[in-house]
Design a protein around this ligand. Structure first.
Ligand SMILES: Cc1cc2nc3c(=O)[nH]c(=O)nc-3n(C[C@H](O)[C@H](O)[C@H](O)COP(=O)(O)OP(=O)(O)OC[C@H]3O[C@@H](n4cnc5c(N)ncnc54)[C@H](O)[C@@H]3O)c2cc1C
Length: 535
């Protein structure tokens, strides 16, 4: 294998798979994709409801200890995918594009030419193979399969009905332009199987002669000659390897690791890097800053009868569902983990939804065990509803603590540190309760278990966030794109301070988008490929 390629892409997640697909379309261009993790051969990856067991697998998952608030000891666990497909090989499969205003804000207000809805709307349409078919705003025939949940249950039907009575339009397509509404989830599931970015974008082009994919290989550093990024240094087991880039190195290692690689390479907050003994190539204080995450609050209920799927996920029943899935790729195990989603305005004077809720016909044993990545379902019938402020202003950070690439990162979430986030945080809890307490749903509910009825006032709700909230796994922003000199990358995704180096994953998002992030990650990488090719 030659060790020099036109493009070296770091990470084969949502963004990396799209970039590999697009940049190898020109057969004269050679592309190397370097992925830290293994293939996606574990069968649980492909069974949509197999994901719980993936969250304890250290081979295919990265784990992080995250400080919830700067200066306070409380921590929580975050995780990310570490395999072909990246986090799209273990995520919750929900397909949401965000609101068009999210992107128009970037273009119109932040000056990021070419990053508005005109680009994203076009790309989403081209990307999609939507089960509901093409229309003015969605696509069919593209690489990303989007399906609508078929297995409906009584409780979820009632919750959708209650949402309607609370003023939410009911949808089948969860990505309507105006966004507000409630309905069953749309997901990246194709014929009962997870349709990850690896499936959608990489596998189909693996036979291209100009594409090389190496797995189980972790990039530890970018080598810079003068100001030009020329190669990546990697660890493959005990071996050290260097791959050179004739044209460019493109980081697609995600929000946690793209800033980590820049920092290890001497591009980051100069004072911190110097204190770790790392020679500073470019003092860029915002590398690792501006981390924005969706803070998810959970309300959990005990149901008045057997209206939950808890029982279906234990004992002989779960074995039966697994067996059925192996034979048919159908049944319960082919459903997305959550059932229903809604986009709501927590205050009526808002012009568009500020919160997303997601409902599952299951309940976790977190009342006893707290939040862990190793969640178990309750034995008794329960349901849970989670909700989050889609556009948080609070910002945290990701920073290396050592020049050793194996050392743990310091990650600080800083949830709710910006007072502007608090009104939505309170409003979303009140909305979730209104849904479950609606007369249409009430007969099916016995009691609220979490946070519990004693939590009533605004202050009590905010305090309850310390106990019953956790990450939405959508963190962005640690390599912020901007037209200002302080931003990490410019609007063409070029890393400031060096040449021949870009970042093209969701770490470049200047703000969060209104919903889950896999579709925006893929669309942004598609846009990145257009820019790299001169578009
Ligand atoms: C548990 C969970 C649930 C989620 N649920 C949903 C959902 O339901 N719907 C939704 O839309 N989004 C969801 N997301 C978010 C979505 O999956 C991510 O936003 C998206 O995958 C981000 O894309 P990315 O390319 O930036 O990073 P990733 O997809 O995480 O890819 C990064 C890749 O880089 C590799 N890598 C990292 N460091 C190195 C290195 N040093 N060298 C080489 N390779 C490296 C990683 O192994 C990984 O493959 C979820 C995420 C998680 C973690």
């Amino acid at each position: 294998m030659s060790d020099i390629f036109d493009y070296v892409i770091v990470g084969a997640g949502a963004a990396g798979c799209v970039l590999a697909n697009k940049l190898t379309a020109n057969l004269a261009t050679s592309v190397l994709v370097i992925e830290a993790g293994p293939t996606d051969s574990n069968p649980l990856i492909h069974m949509p409801r197999g994901l719980g067991k993936l969250y304890t697998n250290t081979e295919t998952t990265y784990f992080y200890d995250v400080q919830r608030t700067a200066g306070k000891p409380e921590t929580e666990a975050w995780l990310r995918g570490r395999m072909l497909g990246g986090s799209t090989s273990l995520n919750g499969l929900m397909y949401q594009r965000g609101h068009q205003e999210d992107y128009d804000h970037w273009e119109r207000d932040l000056g990021l030419a070419g990053w508005g809805w005109a680009s994203f709307g076009r790309i989403f349409k081209a990307m999609e193979d939507h089960e509901l078919g093409a229309n003015a705003h969605r696509g069919a025939g593209g690489p990303v399969t989007v399906s609508v949940t078929k297995n409906h249950t009584l409780l979820m039907d009632k919750l959708i009905e209650a949402g309607g009575k609370l003023g939410l339009p009911q949808f089948q397509d969860a990505n309507l332009p105006e966004q507000e509404g409630i309905g069953y989830i749309n997901s990246t599931i194709r014929q009962g199987r997870r349709w990850s970015a690896n499936k959608a974008f990489l596998e189909s082009v693996r036979s291209r002669k100009n594409l090389t994919v190496v797995i189980n290989t972790e990039v530890t550093k970018i080598l810079v000659d003068g100001r030009r990024a020329v190669a990546v240094e990697c660890k493959q087991g005990d071996k050290r390897i260097t791959y050179r880039a004739g044209r460019e190195i493109i980081l697609a290692a995600g929000t946690m690791h793209s800033p980590k690689i820049l920092q290890l390479s001497g591009i980051g907050p100069g004072v911190n890097l110097q204190s770790l003994g790392i020679p500073v190539i470019h003092d860029s204080p915002e590398v690792g800053a501006n981390l924005r995450e969706h803070l998810v609050f959970r309300v959990q209920y005990r149901l008045s009868g057997d209206y939950s799927q808890n029982k279906q996920h234990s004992g002989w029943r779960v074995m039966w569902h697994g067996f059925r899935y192996m034979l048919t790729h159908g049944g319960l195990m082919s459903d997305p983990p959550y059932d229903v989603t809604a986009f709501v305005r927590t205050r009526k004077n808002l012009t568009r939804p500020d919160a997303q809720i997601v409902i599952g016909n299951m309940s976790m044993s977190i009342a006893e065990e707290g939040f862990t990545v190793d969640v178990k379902l309750e034995d008794e019938p329960g349901a849970s509803i989670i909700g989050y402020n889609m556009l948080p202003e609070s910002r945290g950070s990701v920073m290396i603590k050592s020049a050793d690439p194996d050392a743990k990162l310091q990650v600080i979430a800083n949830y709710l540190s910006d007072p502007r986030d608090q009104a939505t945080a309170i409003g979303i809890v009140r909305f979730m309760r209104a849904l479950f307490e609606h007369p249409v749903v009430k007969p099916y509910v016995k009691a609220e278990l979490l946070p519990g009825p004693s939590v009533e006032t605004d202050d009590q709700i905010l305090a309850a966030y310390d106990k019953v909230s956790g990450p939405g796994y959508h963190a962005v922003g640690t390599c912020r794109m901007g037209i200002d000199a302080a931003s990490v990358v410019d609007e063409k995704l070029r890393v400031r301070g060096v040449t021949n180096l870009r970042v093209a994953d969701i770490s470049i998002f200047p703000t969060l988008v209104s919903g889950n992030t896999q579709a925006p990650a893929m669309a942004a990488a598609w846009r990145a490929a257009e820019i790299i090719e001169g578009g």
